[in-house]
Design a protein around this ligand. Sequence first.
Ligand SMILES: [Zn+2]
Length: 259
Amino acid sequence: MSATPHEAPRGFLAQVGRAALGLVLDTALPPLCAACRQPVGSGRGLCAPCWSKVSFIAPPYCERLGIPFAYDPGPGVLSMEAIADPPSYGRARAAVRFDEVARDLVHALKYGDRLDLATTMGGWMARAGRELVAEADALVPVPLHWRRLWARRFNQAAALAEAISRETGVPVCHALKRVKATPQQVGLTRSERAANVQGAFRVPDRDATVRGRRLLLVDDVLTSGATLDTCTRVLLRAGARSVDVLVFARVVGLARSPI
Ligand SMILES: [Zn+2]
């Protein structure tokens, strides 16, 4: 749980920025449900009917990948995916299944300027990934390329990591840089996705941010896992002691909805 010196001013400025943004959002936006756009009373981001449709992932699940099991096979049993095609990251956890409500939440956060949702979604992630967060030295958000960041103005993975950090006290470390602007992963096959993100990430300052540390990669959605797998390999090559993965939503089963 160590913060390198150069993380401190960034964290402070981010806090000041968030406080200012929070004031603006509180006064400017009527609270609407992120999924159905009906007014909501509370600050949770979803109305009661949409809230009841959220499909939280809970045990029993694969201890390695967090993929939910239909029945409890007993402790330590791994999923087919974890055995047949193990990823480079250690463990993965997701707060919810990627379904219609989850997609609405991700889209509202990503494209709809609903930064307020990051707190709710990050809170769910902190709970779903409790064990992983407890062992992590730092949270590493999957970065956007600066051109996409400029167009979208913020990185949803970083917003989620900041929210988890506020809840758990584990610092955010922007260890990864995206050096290649990759096309969107939507509509690509598994192997195309893997090729798409090949060579897209770098660790600019491995000694200060990565070496010897237990890292928890944070992203909004896990589909094929190609991006998270590539990020993990880059972090391990840079000397990370271990890399786990925590996402808001993961695709479960055969459903491959566009993100
Ligand atoms: Zn709703």
